[in-house]
Design a protein around this ligand. Sequence first.
Ligand code: ZN
Length: 164
Amino acid sequence: MGLFDALFRSSEVLGIAEETLEFAIESSEAAHPDEYMGFLRGTEARELGLEQSGLVITDVLVVPGTESNSVSATVRTSQIPNDVKALGSVHSHPNGVLRPSGADLETFGRGSVHVIIGAPYRRSDWKAFDSQGRPTTLNVIDVELPDNDEFFDFTQADIDEDLS
Ligand SMILES: [Zn+2]
């Protein structure tokens, strides 16, 4: 790991919010037999009322323009907004194999945690891997997530402004 990476990984990933994991599993099942793919984003644990510093995965960002089929989901990197600080990725394996493929390993260098969800999409049908594709522990944290409107901080005024 280079210095650049070290600087940008100063926040430890404490785990994934239970609600976020369940959302990703449900989305994977809905996408079946196609592959589901998204990026993981986090929230400071203290903002969620936890008495620890670090990040909790609270968001799955599904990238527009993802070409999805049952073999692979290819993200066009030009579609990833610049301001997105992804902690890692999540994608599904409709064949149920909870192991990274060769192609997965090539993309895992970006981000520190990568979740693979497999058919039949039960609560236990997922595994987490590090950037090298080694199995890693990802805690599931039962935490209350902020409401969506608060979270994205949009108001009707913002929307009206965009339309004018
Ligand atoms: Zn894969």
